[in-house]
Design a protein around this ligand. Structure first.
Ligand code: SF4
Ligand code: SF4
Length: 264
């Protein structure tokens, strides 16, 4: 249960610019309020895991697809509420307030990774059918293709990090980002977006400034047992074969199950 100073969305910096700090901002994880929120999150994670284990075989028809969606709708909003409750309680114990505010969105130009399959299935369910959905799918395809080409151009041990950094410099905001700089999928955005903060001024999250040593991006990680339960929940859905990348994963859900949405 630590905070780690990281390059944005976990990776994305070239090797010679990796941060070398060993510790992130200090928070009091033993605070009673944090412990209470942690217990709530633990319970919610266990409930989510049970749903994922129930659906380890992907649905094969429209009815099954709708039941899966319904089960995820029953647990995911509560899970995210408890996730946010935990993160907020941790942040409140810090001496410094993060710089992040509504409308600040440089970090939404990253190629978001580490997204769990239950998050992709839930988010896709929330996005489908909306008027912006077709254009968002096209925009996600473009981003997947761009990242793929950048990944092929990069080689060596840190090829993935280099590709993520080069992608970020292209400044292609997430298709869910609204014109007002706020997330258009805020209530259903993945954990990767919910855990990422900065203690430095927002300008240091922008473009090449992100590798400035003064940049103070950090993640708030979860207690190990909760992380383990969430990993088991994700593993239960491994048969769906979904990418861990936000855009690639959503494109894959659309391709594999989109036919069940026809006519809805
Ligand atoms: S300060 Fe940085 S991490 Fe925080 S919302 Fe703004 S761009 Fe994102
Ligand atoms: S899902 Fe929302 S918070 Fe996450 S990158 Fe996209 S616009 Fe930003």
């Amino acid at each position: 249960m630590i905070t780690e100073p990281v390059s944005p969305i976990a990776t994305g910096l070239p090797v010679d610019s990796q941060k070398t700090r060993d510790e992130g901002p200090e928070f009091d994880f033993a605070h009673p309020e944090v412990a209470a929120r942690e217990a709530e999150l633990r319970e919610a994670a266990a409930g989510l895991k049970a749903v994922c284990e129930k659906w380890s075989d992907p649905p094969s028809d429209k009815e099954g697809w709708e039941r899966l969606r319904s089960d995820l709708e029953a647990v995911m909003p509560g899970f995210y509420a408890r996730y946010d409750g935990y993160v907020t309680s941790v942040l409140r114990t810090g001496k410094t307030v993060p710089a992040c505010t509504r409308g600040c969105s440089h970090c939404c130009s990253h190629y978001v990774e580490s997204v769990e399959p239950y998050e992709l299935l839930f988010l896709h369910g929330r996005l489908r059918g909306g008027p912006a959905y077709p254009s968002r799918v096209v925009a996600m395809h473009r981003r997947v293709a761009l990242f793929g080409s950048l990944r092929r151009e990069s080689d060596g041990e840190l090829a993935e990090d280099r590709a993520l950094y080069r992608y970020y410099l292209r400044n292609m905001p997430c298709p869910m980002l609204g014109a007002d700089g706020a997330c258009g999928a805020y209530a259903s955005r993945p954990m990767s977006c919910r855990m990422f903060f900065s203690m430095s001024k927002p300008d240091l999250c922008k473009g090449r400034a992100v590798i400035d040593p003064a940049n103070r991006n950090f993640l708030i990680e979860l207690p190990e047992d909760i992380e383990a339960d969430l990993a088991r929940a994700g593993s239960a859905l491994s048969g769906y074969g979904l990418s861990e990348s936000l855009f690639a994963g959503l494109v894959e859900v659309n391709g594999a199950f989109g036919q069940f949405d026809a006519g809805t």
